[in-house]
Design a protein around this ligand. Structure first.
Ligand code: PRX
Length: 668
């Protein structure tokens, strides 16, 4: 990695470093009230992790059979609470039924469609009602022969049924893999093929910015796709469950497709929760890496749930009176841990919203906050930057005084956006928790604790209990404070991934070979004088576009699959709104005219292969791509060209230097 460049990048923040101590009135009632208390607990958690985690697992979760061993660890394989049994849906639902929480709202939901100034549809499900829905749907899964260990794809909009389907799977030990609605038919088919799923749960559509997302049609297309040998890609699917959501005209395939509402009428609401091994697979979530197709990140039962529950409780300082809103889609890991599992395991009220933040107008989020009295808001820096652009007048129209805590996740937050969030949304009174973590980590890893940690705009601050991050050089040695390096995690933690589905070699190679004995995050980082961690961003070939993780290799392969393309290289360039924008350098085959029409066709090609989220922002045609003598594409150089910065460094190894002069831009 180019650590020098990365360090230079962050040192520009330095002069803006301001410290915001936690407000006394917040600390007074917080779970963790001071730095001294945090430090003491943190020390215990890392010096004797097994005692710490055993205590937490006993206190926080309901087990049907106690574990024999807290941790069995041999790099890279961790087993937590070995021999213990529990059920995730029982921990999220049944355990609350014997208390007043039973009649509290578990999920409050609002759909996107909104008529003249009135909010769209609303639904509230108490814990008791959610329990019933989950039991019914789990019985539907059983009725169609699904059993422990089988895989199911969930491809739904942000509706309560997404959470119901997830919890129903966990109730009977079925492994879910949620696919974000913005992914294409091809992506759905690839995921089905990779995890050999038996069922898809989808809907006749979902609302997004006033239009209907054609989820069912994408599933139909996915199930018809063939591989290079002419074989059906997704041939393991036996049933497709369709939720009625958009009253959309869809195709129903006799014998294969079944309606959610009809199915639940035919089963009982009695469905005992299946005791599951602590290490039983819970879910697979696909995420992009630096090479090849997305990897199926595998999480298991006991350790994941403990991480989700504990981080939600302490990082958001949750209490029963909160209306907690995490704006992430359930298709991403944030939606798993902080819309569904973390809040429900804590008996909290989780708010869900189906649609876009600017539909019908840019104040939709603020209307929701005011109307439902949202107390905790957890969103992405990209969203905050978009709100900044739309202007203060939109939040100012609403009473946001119910908010008491704000959070961010997914990408580094620039200090300007942090300050705007603090002042305009938080009214200068709400602590901000900038939380760093990954699909692989299962839960939040580096974060302030709102009653204890003094915050600084732009840093995720300090590690959560039991987490041992370190910044190291290429040899894996710790670097001094203020120097840039690679971020690694030195000790296993309960929520860590257990592998890549079906590819344990890739698991070892991706995460454990870079720095021996440690988990490699793929992120660059620097610690400041107070030991705070400043995440710089990915140092591998993964881009973070608007908080979405996109592998450059995937986009390149989508581009070269177009018959007129010879070669493609994709890099990121800094973008004010999205953090990073995607720039593709493309060479075309002889005789092909590289024009605007082809550019649009290529963008569509990427949307078809991966999904609209991965469409390049800029496609530049070149006669050839700059390569080293050994034929490697010089990405560093392309990044500089993409960013429009002066070309630095040694370019004498370029195969064809003159190519630089001819790299045309789509913005010309
Ligand atoms: O680069 C880091 C960035 O997002 C990556 C993880 O992406 P994903 O697996 O999609 O999970 C996103 C939600 C947890 C990380 O490797 N990232 C995440 N949170 C932050 C962040 N970068 C800086 N600050 C953060 N708070």
């Amino acid at each position: 990695m180019d650590s020098k460049a990365k360090t230079a990048n962050i040192s520009s923040f330095q002069h803006e470093e301001r410290v915001f101590p936690p407000a006394a009135e917040f600390s007074a009632t917080a779970h963790i009230k001071s730095m001294a208390q945090y430090r003491k607990l943190y020390r215990q958690s890392v010096t004797d992790p097994e005692t710490f985690w055993a205590g937490q697992a006993e206190r926080e979760l309901v087990w049907t059979k106690p574990w024999k061993k807290v941790l069995q660890w041999k790099v890279p394989s961790a087993k937590w609470f070995v021999g213990g049994k529990l059920n995730v849906s029982a921990n999220c639902l049944d355990r609350h039924l014997a208390s007043p929480t039973a009649n509290q709202a578990a999920i409050i939901w609002e759909g996107e469609p909104a008529g003249a100034g009135i909010h769209g549809e609303q639904r509230t499900l108490t814990y008791r009602q959610l329990h019933r829905e989950v039991c019914l749907f789990a019985n539907v899964l059983k009725r169609h022969g699904l059993k422990k260990g089988d895989r199911v794809i969930i491809y739904l909009p942000m509706v309560p049924e997404a959470a119901i389907a997830m919890l129903a799977c966990t109730r009977i030990g079925v492994v879910h893999s949620v696919v974000f609605g913005g992914f294409s038919a091809q992506s759905v088919a690839d995921r089905i093929a990779d995890c050999q799923a038996r069922m898809v749960i989808t809907s006749d559509g979902g609302f997004r910015r006033g239009t209907v997302v054609q989820l069912k049609k994408n599933v139909d297309d996915a199930l018809a796709l063939k591989d290079a040998h002419g074989e059906l890609l997704a041939k393991t699917i036996e049933k497709v469950v369709i939720l009625r959501r958009a009253n959309n005209d869809i195709r129903v395939v006799e014998g294969r497709d079944i309606w959610w509402h009809r199915e639940v009428e035919q089963v009982s609401a009695d469905c005992p929760a299946e005791p599951m091994d602590s290490e039983a697979p819970l879910f697979i979530l696909y995420t992009s890496g630096s090479t090849g197709k997305p990897k199926g990140i595998l999480h298991t039962t006991g350790g994941y749930l403990l991480t989700a529950k504990l981080t939600t409780k302490y990082v958001f300082d949750l209490r029963p009176t909160d209306v907690y809103w995490c704006t992430a889609d359930v298709g991403w890991v944030t939606g798993h841990s902080y819309v569904v599992y973390g809040p429900l395991a804590n008996g909290a009220t989780s708010f869900m919203y189906e649609g876009a933040p600017n539909h019908p107008e840019p104040d939709r989020f603020w209307r929701i906050v005011a109307q439902y009295g949202v107390t905790i808001l957890y969103t992405a820096p990209t969203a905050i930057r978009a709100f900044m652009k739309w202007g203060e007048q939109w939040p100012k129209k609403h009473d946001l005084s119910s908010l008491r805590l704000l959070g961010t996740v997914g990408e580094p937050i620039n200090p300007e956006a942090w300050m705007w969030y603090h002042e305009v949304i938080g009214g200068k009174r709400c602590p901000i928790v900038d939380t760093w973590w990954q699909t692989e980590t299962g839960g939040i890893m580096i974060t302030p604790l709102p009653g204890a940690t003094p915050t600084k705009p732009g840093t995720a601050t300090l590690p959560f209990f039991g987490i041992v991050p370190e910044v190291v050089d290429d040899q894996g040695r710790p670097v001094p404070r203020l120097s840039g390096g690679k971020l690694v995690i030195r000790q296993p933690w309960p929520g860590m991934l257990r592998g890549i589905w079906g590819d344990m070699d890739r698991y070892q190679a991706t995460y454990w070979n870079e720095v021996k004995g440690s988990y490699f995050t793929g992120d660059g980082c620097r610690q400041d004088k107070d030991g705070y961690f400043w995440i710089v961003g990915r140092i591998d070939d993964v881009l973070n576009v608007a908080g979405h993780r996109i592998g450059t290799a995937e986009v390149e392969s989508a581009l070269v699959s177009h018959h007129e393309v010879a070669e493609a290289a994709v890099v990121g360039r800094p973008d004010e709104l999205k953090g990073q924008a995607l720039v593709a350098f493309v060479t075309v085959k002889t005789g092909v005219v590289a024009d605007q029409k082809l550019r649009e066709a290529l963008r569509q090609q990427v949307a078809r292969e991966i999904g609209p989220v991965a469409k390049p922002d800029d496609i530049r045609f070149a006669e050839s791509l700059p390569k080293t003598r050994s034929g490697k594409i010089m990405r560093r150089l392309l990044k500089q060209v993409a960013a429009g910065t002066e070309i630095k460094g040694d370019t004498t190894t370029l195969e064809d230097f003159s190519v630089l002069a001819r790299l045309g831009s789509s913005e010309e």
